[in-house]
Design a protein. Sequence first.
Length: 302
Amino acid sequence: MVENLFWRKTMIYIVEKGKELGYSFSVTSNGYDIDKYLDYIKDNKIFSFQITLDGIAEIHNKRKPHYKNEDSFEKIFANIDSLLKLGIPVVVRINTDTYTIEYIDKLLELFEEKGWCKYKHFMAYCALLRKEITKKKDGLPSPKTIFTQSEFCRSYYKKKLSVLSEGKLKCQDYNTSDILKSLLQGKSLPYKGCFCGAQSGMIIFDPLGDIYSCWDVVGIREQRVGRYMPEFELDEELSKRWFDVRISKYKCVKCKYVLFCGGGCPSFSFRDKGRVEPGACNDYPKLFTFLMRQVYNDYLKK
């Protein structure tokens, strides 16, 4: 109880300081304890949330069980419902692999039963899991194969999930569809010199006083880029591994898709090779070609 009170006071302090400066807050959360803060959230509608589900209750509760209870999915689901009823924007990230995608339509049915798809401030998207899923003793089948990015998108379109959800359930394609729409309509297009904000100055403060640039490596101390306690300090040598990664220094510079892809996710490279560098594009050229057909066909229909 003391710990919860500490974090509540900390959150309120940060939010009040932000309000004074005119900020709003985007919260990435597992969604489990949000009910403890609803009284504050409803009076301070400056929040939006991204909350992750791993599929339907049977899958989610076994892959992400609460350390005390077995109601992880049910409680998170109820908290999302409460946020939406308060008018708080919520994006639901659905971790997806070759097994869980077979049950996505059932999860979508739950969204529709609760009326979530009717909210303007609700959106969901399927996010690809690659090597994060390993065989576990959870009683669930493990994926026999790992999706590539293009196979993942093909499965999404094959199941017509966008149509079934009336556009409320999207597929994480790293903005490739939007890029292609802009090209097709002759709109100006910003090219990507890197994959994400982890390479261009994003900083994440962890509770222990360390600063990181990428969500995926928070807690891996050798990948921190600095400290903020007792004083704020970015470490020049440590931060170079993230902020100085340039596609021009790697094989990516020879790829004709590089300014759309940005070189791929550096954290995946870190997991595969133990070093941060571009090149982990996960068959982006095939993804680009597949989505080009989808976007062009949709354009012709309209």
